[in-house]
Write a protein that binds this ligand. Sequence first.
Ligand SMILES: NC(=O)c1ccc[n+]([C@@H]2O[C@H](COP(=O)([O-])OP(=O)(O)OC[C@H]3O[C@@H](n4cnc5c(N)ncnc54)[C@H](OP(=O)(O)O)[C@@H]3O)[C@@H](O)[C@H]2O)c1
Length: 270
Amino acid sequence: MKGLKEYRDKVAVVTGASSGIGAELARELARRGMRVALVARRRDRLEQLAEGIQTSGGQAAVHVCDVSSRAAVEKACADVVAAWGGIDLLVNSAGYGRHVLLKDHDIEDIERITQVNYLGTVYWIKAALPQMRVRGSGWIVNVSSFAGVTPQPDEAAYAASKWAVTGLSESIAPELEPLGIHVLVVHPVLVRTEMFTPDVMARLPDSSEGTFIEAPEFVRDLLRALERGKTSVVIPGRYAVAPILCKLFPRLIGGAMSRVKLRGLPDLTS
Ligand SMILES: NC(=O)c1ccc[n+]([C@@H]2O[C@H](COP(=O)([O-])OP(=O)(O)OC[C@H]3O[C@@H](n4cnc5c(N)ncnc54)[C@H](OP(=O)(O)O)[C@@H]3O)[C@@H](O)[C@H]2O)c1
């Protein structure tokens, strides 16, 4: 098992870098001396972040890319390798969710969620792997979710896309480790980011307020897990027992989740 301990002059790709977890992680990796390729769709946000990093003495480059497009991912990956010679660390953080009952969730959005959250991760891994294999080293961090290890009755399509990311990550970790490539899958519980719009916040139970952590704390725990060579981490760590309980008592946990999460969700077709 190998952790990432030396950052200086290494190259990182961070998807979803235009806000939230990705932006905070990109800032911290640059602060530690990495050259960081910033990937997302909103150019203005990425340019603002790159400027901030450069002003602080770091190195960053903007790569506008919709991760749901395989061709766009392959081009962005080739551009990073051409500019900086390779990719040491790939962080797949791009993603979005939707709080809606499955019966009311339009199929186009379910396809889109799967394409962005799951296939976007696959496209980036497949694009970055060949040069990691040639170099015999690399780190891949996939941002799954607490919803990728527990049932989430009010966001089934999102949860399924994240379970797919979890399954992919845990399956490729033993495949890639002998090739010198380390895979870490991360399960955030609640991190205060733009993902939590006022609409979503209004639906959350009051008790969830104490569960939120800020992005810098999340990034600190993520990088500690990566440094220690972990392959999976729930952040904050006090919730790490939940996936184990889910496996042991699926109906009990599923029932409890339904009681907490379905109360505020409108039934659109009843
Ligand atoms: N915050 C939490 O509590 C929490 C909990 C569990 C899991 N997560 C996961 O953590 C990751 C980051 O979320 P966040 O909380 O930081 O939310 P956020 O602030 O909304 O950031 C989401 C990022 O994903 C990018 N993105 C979305 N669709 C994209 C696409 N098609 N192509 C490229 N980039 C795309 C967005 O950039 P553009 O719009 O500019 O493209 C943005 O940079 C997500 O995968 C999310 O599912 C977050």
